[in-house]
Design a protein around this ligand. Structure first.
Ligand SMILES: Nc1ncnc2c1ncn2[C@@H]1O[C@H](COP(=O)(O)OP(=O)(O)OP(=O)(O)O)[C@@H](O)[C@H]1O
Ligand SMILES: [Mg+2]
Length: 556
């Protein structure tokens, strides 16, 4: 267990990625984490003026993968076309392997699938470690990809995420860095030219396999207009949390349906439970109200996707959904093998139909560039050259100076810079600061940001962060209002952050078990709230309704 954790954790922070040897030779600096690779050093050390901010050859950061001539299979096609399924078939029959997905829910789904098939499979995400005895396979979130192990088979799912401004670089890292004989890459055809260009220089053998949708997706000509037209199996998509609860309430007020909800800030365990309740035919929660958190790879029993809007706030501004976002979300309807083999898609408002229809007809725009982010090794060396351990100016300056090839863009580091400004005030090492910066904190959420600040301050002051000093177990209660619910979601995020830190600074964050159990309680209380918001007395109401109708019939 310990060995596995050490391996995945060291790889997760990407400390060992870079071919630092040439730089070390030039600068006569030694770092404890560097590895030596003759192929990298001989090619790169020939450069007379090595420029740390030159990121034009990121494939050379990964000597392990470069030692192999990988067979790369691109499984591309529309949603629900069997891409992931076919890649997983290869993984299941391999002697060792790894699945890298964009979401914890997908990683869970895959580890469950493999274990059910008697292929022991670990589950490793930023906040979970489930090690299965004798496992040669792991299902992970892409940030956790271990680039030091050799696999027979690896999968990177939803590869179009390389274009994501914040997380794209982790997909690029996995794509360039996983050391595997076979690499199966699944996703949107829009990513093919970019992936081919990126891998051209690596010497890998790339084959493209195109897929067709396994079940039809029918764009409806009429909008929904009113929630009284909602049917079992419908999923209403909207992008604000408030809207989700308003729509749930409106639908439940009609007294015909109960709604499960899925959105980004719900704890992942709660999201899974809500999705499972909706998928279960025997359950009364037969309608789903969700954000685009359902947009990737999940298999849900949705018959009809109904967009309540085609606009969303993306953290910077309110904008129209892109063609690929619309297709990705719409594609959740009518999953192959589900009880709704034909999917339908429409909007609430008739004005949105032309955009919906044209988007579904259009190919997704071709991806131009993949995300990139300097490794810790590079940033660390750069800080020595700048003679400072202030992380904010180092990162800002590095990003400003960074030189890239046209196939890449530098990741959006706004969130990291916000954290850097906070941790720079504390007496921490550069690596500690870096860890806090890459942690999954939501700096736009006040409680979450406060949690990080307290953790960092206590860690800097005392070297040890005890959860009980900041949080009283037993103080959590079922929320009574939307505001209290939001607060509980934020507390869950803080506890989640504690668990994340506890895997990386084990001795200083010793209360992982307590944090995990309190996280679980948060999820249960949130679920309890979601159940109470729902129309509780559906069974009684149905009985009452049928009784009234019967009496009415008898009265003739
Ligand atoms: N050959 C097959 N036999 C049985 N079930 C299949 C087969 N191919 C796909 N499926 C099932 O169809 C559903 C959709 O497949 P899959 O998840 O692989 O689609 P996808 O193309 O990866 O979709 P997305 O782009 O949404 O991730 C899944 O439930 C999967 O198990
Ligand atoms: Mg898939």
């Amino acid at each position: 267990m310990a060995a596995l954790l050490r391996r995945s954790l060291s790889s997760s922070s990407a400390r060992h990625d870079t071919a630092v040897l040439p730089i070390l030779l030039k600068l006569s600096i030694s770092l404890p984490y560097c590895w030596h690779d003759s192929r990298c050093s001989s090619s790169d050390s020939s450069s007379a003026n090595f420029d740390l901010t030159d990121l034009t050859r990121p494939h050379m950061w990964y000597p392990n993968a470069r030692r192999k001539r990988r067979n790369v299979f691109l499984h591309v096609g529309p949603t629900n076309s069997g891409k992931t399924h076919n890649a997983l078939k290869q993984l299941e029959s391999s002697s060792s392997g790894i699945y890298c997905g964009p979401l914890r829910l997908l990683a869970w789904e895959v580890s469950r699938r493999l274990n059910k098939l008697n292929v022991p499979c670990n589950l490793i995400t930023g906040q979970e470690r489930e090690e299965i005895a004798g496992a040669k396979h792991s299902s992970i979130t892409v940030e956790m990809a271990d680039l030091t192990t050799n696999y027979q088979c690896a999968i990177i799912d939803e590869i179009q995420m390389v274009g994501c401004r914040t997380r794209g670089f982790s997909f690029t890292r996995a794509l360039l860095g996983i050391s595997s004989d076979e690499l199966h890459v699944c996703g949107d055809p829009a990513a093919v030219p970019l992936i081919q260009r990126i891998l051209e220089i690596t010497g890998d053998v790339v084959k493209v396999q195109y897929y067709e949708r396994l079940s039809p997706l029918v764009p409806l000509k009429v909008p929904l207009r009113s929630f009284s037209n909602i049917q079992t199996g419908d999923c209403i998509v909207t992008f604000s949390r408030n809207q989700i609860y308003q729509i749930k309430k409106q639908i439940e007020n009609e007294r015909q349906h109960l709604c499960s909800v899925v959105y980004g800030s719900l704890p992942p365990e709660t999201r899974t439970k809500q999705a499972t309740m909706f998928n279960d035919e025997m359950n009364e929660f037969d309608v789903l109200v969700a954000s685009d958190a359902i947009g990737m790879g999940l298999n849900l029993n949705i018959s009809r996707i109904i967009f309540s809007t085609l606009k969303k706030f993306d953290g910077i501004c309110t904008r129209e959904l892109t063609v690929s976002e619309i297709k990705q979300i719409a594609g959740r309807a009518g999953r192959f093998g589900s009880k709704f083999p034909v999917g339908e898609v429409t909007c609430i408002d008739g004005e949105d139909l032309p955009l919906l229809h044209s988007s579904l007809r259009s190919p997704s725009p071709v991806l131009e560039r993949a995300g990139l982010f300097p490794t810790f090794d590079l940033l660390s060396l750069y800080s020595r050259l700048q003679s400072t351990t202030y992380f904010h100016p180092i990162l800002e300056k590095f990003l400003e100076k960074a030189k890239l090839s046209p196939d890449y863009f530098i990741a959006d580091c706004e969130g990291m810079l916000k954290v850097a400004a906070v941790v720079d005030k504390l007496p921490l090492t550069l690596h500690d600061k870096y860890l806090f910066c890459i942690s999954p904190v939501d700096m736009n959420d006040d409680i979450s940001a406060q949690g990080l600040i307290q953790f960092a301050e206590n860690y800097a002051k005392k070297g040890s962060v005890r959860l009980r000093e900041m949080f009283t177990p037993g103080s959590l209660a079922v929320p009574k209002s939307q505001n209290a619910l939001m607060e509980l979601e934020s507390i869950h995020k803080v506890l989640d952050l504690y668990v994340w830190l506890s895997f990386r600074l084990e001795d200083s964050f010793p209360d992982r078990e307590l944090a995990s159990s309190q996280k679980e309680i948060c999820s249960l209380l949130i679920e309890e709230f979601l159940g109470r918001v729902g129309w509780q007395n559906l069974g009684i109401y149905k009985y009452w309704l049928s009784h009234i109708l019967l009496v009415h019939d008898e009265l003739g």
